[in-house]
Each structure stands twice: as C-alpha cells, then as structure tokens.
Write a protein that binds this ligand. Structure first.
Ligand SMILES: [Zn+2]
Length: 398
C-alpha cells in the first residue's frame, strides 16, 4: 500500500464535471460521459490496526488489498484524505452513551463482544476514525466541495444498533452520517450489503424523517437471521419509512437490479436531498459470506442507477470479504456512480424546503436516453422497440 494515498496533494485533485469542452448529446447517447465527478475517499491507517484475529473474515487485508488496487488502477476522480477521529458526543447522536462508555473501557484490550465480533487494542480508535470518516464525508458534501464521498473504513457499522454491537460492527457509520445530514435536508439510507442493515433500521425505526431501505439475503438463511423481514416497516410515525427487500439464495446482476430499480423509485418518491449508501461488496460472486454472483460490471451498473438519482451520495464501506475482488468491484461501482452523477443535472433544492412535486418536462435532455436505456435494461419490462420509442419521445417524465 502506498502511504501517499493518505496525503492528497494538488496533483491528486480530480477534474470537475463539465470542464471538458465539446460535450454533446451524441456523446451522452453513446455512453461516453464528458468528465466524471470527483469522489472524496476518506480512509485512515488506524483501520489496518483493528485485528479481530487470525482467520477472521473481517481482516485488515480487506482494506489493504482495496487500497492497493485503487492505487494501481485509480480513477482520475478519486481524492484521498485521512479523517479525524470522531468525538464521543458526536457518536452519541445515534448510540446510547452507556454503550460508548462501555466500549471506551475496553480500549487497549483484547475482548470478545460476541461469537464473531472481537476487539483488539486499537479497535476503539479505529472505530472512532471510521465514525470520523462518515462525519467528514458529510462535511465535504455540505461544504460543496464534493457531490460524492466514500468512507472507506473498517470496522464496518451497519449491524451496530443504538444499544448493541455485533456482526463485526461497533459504531453505525451510516446512521451517523444520516443523522448529521438530517439538519440540512431529507435523508434516505440504501443498504446494498448482502446482509440486512439491522443497525440503521433499529436507530430510525420510529422516525419518518429518514427513509431506510435494505436489499439483502433473506434472513431465513442469512445473517442476522432475527431481522430483515418484509413485514418490518417501521413503527409509530416511522411506519412506512422502513423497507426490507429480502432476496433468495441465488441472485445474479439482472435479478438484483429488478429489485434495485424499484427501490430507487421508492427513494425518488421520498425526494431526499441526500442519499447514504451502505456499500457491501459481499454481494459479489465468490464472497465467502454470501451466495450471490454479482460481477464488476454489475457493480458499475448499480452505481450508475444510484447516481441517476441526481443527488449527493455518501457511500460507507460495509462488508465484502473476497479480498481478490474488493478493489475492482469498488472501482467499478464508483466509475458508474460518478459518471452518472456527472451526467445528471444537480437537482438539490434549498435545505428544509418541502419536497418538489413530480413534474413533466416537454423537452429531451442529453442524459435522458441513457437513463431510459438503463432503466429498461435493469427492469426487463420493455421490449427493444419500446425502448427506442422512449428514447426519442418528446414527453419525458422526470
Ligand atoms: Zn455483509
């Protein structure tokens, strides 16, 4: 791993959208985007010092292999920075203070939290740095320097509930990002890890202001087993704002996108200002903890579909344990996401304003044909002649 990844200099600054001259509608239609939008990657040397133990799947190798790959095959759009450590009062936005106190007392020790969640002497600080990465991702997006930020962290967080650790997780980095964004607009969390995001479901279950959606292996056969079922929809004012989409044991990319596409439509109807993505790469072919078979091109297509929402996206690294393919799958995901982000016009509205109503445009924009084609391909609902009609119609629903 190159230590230079942690020290961004002027030479590492990525190009911005739209700077390349000569972008035309024809180039959008051909799938060649003008320039991709920059992605701020937040990662820290402490993440390599969290040591759950020999043979544990959540190993430091996961991160070092990803960084090695991204260094050798980097997108010009990636900018790297080391985040600060989160302060306890910041983490207390989503976790019980007693949990923080208990975890602080374990700093510097080896301890088993449960049957598969182990802490080493540096785990406490690594978890604080992971939380800090998600907070700095929020600050970068709110500050207007980036539309996309990636907290490339370990330990992961999406199984951590308000009052419980578990599933290799300590602090829920996604939930912390969402809560930090909440004062600046509407927020949705999309969890695309192979395993259900029980942590953010628990934290926001009674709230209507943060939409939580998780696409995962059915808990009838996949961890965490106790949650992630379709009938868990939220409670009280939060009823209807938690959506679980469990899938069967055998899922390829096409099958996956037949669930991802309607999930994204659901998010669009919620009209968030920001999207937090819990990025699990354990949906990939050959992952030792999963059963699905997504390829690098599937991750690229998934990134494109998410980017088509046209809103700022904060991505937080969760699972993914096949170290040989973590880097390439992450790279392809961001290639798709940032290209789509660049092609989409900014749609952000002022903070705290009511959601915009759906509207009908009476003209075709350069990004429309590509969006229609991807939607058609991902759903499989349309014939090729129907796709051609949609691409050239003069009435396009936004
Ligand atoms: Zn997972």
């Amino acid at each position: 791993m190159s230590p230079g990844l942690y020290s961004p200099g002027p030479a590492r600054r990525a190009p911005r959208c739209g700077r390349q001259a000569g972008a035309s509608a024809l180039r959008y239609i051909s799938g060649s985007y003008p320039v991709s939008s920059p992605v701020l990657v937040l990662t820290h040397p402490l993440f390599l010092q969290h040591q759950p133990g020999r043979g544990h799947p959540e190993s430091p190798l996961r991160l070092s292999r990803t960084l090695e790959y991204l260094e050798k095959n980097r997108l010009p759009t990636l900018e790297f920075r080391a985040p600060r450590l989160a302060r306890p009062e910041e983490i207390a936005r989503v976790h019980d203070p007693e949990l923080l106190e208990e975890f602080g007392g374990l700093a510097g020790t080896h301890v088993a939290i449960d049957v598969d969640t182990f802490a080493s002497p540096s785990t406490h600080d690594a978890a604080l740095a992971a939380a800090g990465a998600s907070i700095e991702a929020v600050e970068a997006v709110l500050g207007g320097t980036h539309r996309t930020a990636f907290a490339l962290v370990r330990p992961p967080g999406h199984h951590a509930e308000r009052r419980a650790f578990g599933g290799f997780c300590y602090f829920n980095n996604c939930a912390l990002a969402a809560q930090s964004l909440r004062g600046h607009g509407r927020v949705a969390i999309l969890d695309i890890d192979y395993h259900h995001g029980n942590g953010q479901q628990d934290i926001f279950y009674d709230r209507p202001d943060v939409l939580t959606i998780s696409i995962h292996g059915d808990p009838a056969f996949a961890y965490p087993y106790f949650s992630g079922f379709r009938d868990e929809i939220g409670t009280g004012e939060g009823a209807g704002f938690n959506l679980n989409l469990p899938l069967p044991e055998t899922v390829d990319g096409d099958r996956y996108r037949k669930t991802l596409a309607p999930a994204l439509r659901h998010i669009a109807e919620f009209a968030p200002d920001f999207l937090v993505v819990a990025l699990g790469l354990d949906t990939a072919k050959g992952d030792p903890t999963g059963t699905w078979s997504l390829t690098r091109n599937d991750f690229k297509l998934n990134g494109q579909l998410i980017g088509d929402l046209g809103i700022p996206v904060l991505v937080v690294q969760e699972g993914g344990y096949r170290t040989r393919t973590l880097g390439v799958n992450a790279r392809y995901f961001f290639e798709g996401l940032s290209a789509a982000h660049c092609a989409a016009s900014p749609q952000r509205r002022p903070a705290n304003s009511p959601p915009a109503a759906h509207r009908i445009r009476h003209h075709v924009e350069p990004r429309d044909p590509q969006r229609v084609r991807r939607l058609a391909e991902s759903t499989g609902f349309f014939s090729q002649p129907e796709v051609h009609v949609a691409e050239f119609t003069q009435l396009v629903m936004d």
